[in-house]
Design a protein around this ligand. Structure first.
Ligand SMILES: [Ca+2]
Ligand SMILES: [Ca+2]
Length: 177
């Protein structure tokens, strides 16, 4: 009888140990799941925020004319009256004035910050083939591809591209130089 009690106590101890191990394994697995879900949530939030920033920057660029009114024959980039130090976004008046610029933090046309300092956007503008816009060309083609890459710190979160045609200025009533 005493022996059976001892055996029972022994089993109970083993059972308790096993269940403690199981509980710890479950707890560790649970912590992993919480941490993955927080990472996933942060990544989704970053993507949504980056999308919003990309839209803001792209909308601003697309509101400008296709090419400079005073110097329509210029290569891509800022023209002589653009790119005034410190207020270049205010003086940019055609889409390719943004080429090569980095906007950090994300700011509106009046250069008011819309994001924290670790967010920014880099812009590239190229001429592309009018029939196949995936092909870059080195001379005026009537179509420009604008690419906005939004980054957080040193990580590019997303890139968006839009096409802008010379013809679009005419349909919008903007005199075409
Ligand atoms: Ca310009
Ligand atoms: Ca320009």
């Amino acid at each position: 009888m005493r022996n059976r009690d001892a055996v029972r106590r022994g089993f109970t101890l083993i059972e308790a140990t096993i269940s403690l191990v199981i509980v710890s394994v479950v707890a560790v697995a649970g912590l992993g799941a919480v941490s993955i879900s927080r990472k996933t949530r942060m990544s989704i939030n970053d993507t949504l925020l980056a999308r919003t920033y990309a839209d803001l920057v792209m909308t601003e660029i697309l509101s400008k004319r296709y090419r400079d009114a005073a110097e329509p024959g210029n290569p891509l980039g800022p023209d002589s009256a653009d790119d005034v130090l410190g207020i270049w976004q205010r003086t940019a008046d055609d889409v390719d004035d943004y080429d090569g610029h980095t906007i950090t933090p994300i700011s509106d046309m009046n250069m008011n910050a819309l994001s924290s300092g670790n967010w920014g956007a880099g812009v590239a503008v190229t001429w592309v083939d009018a029939v196949d816009p995936t092909k870059e060309v080195s001379a005026e083609s009537g179509v420009k591809r604008i690419t906005v890459g939004v980054f957080k710190g040193d990580r590019v979160v997303l890139r968006v591209s839009a096409l802008r045609t010379l013809g679009a200025d005419m349909t919008r009533g903007v005199p075409t130089p």
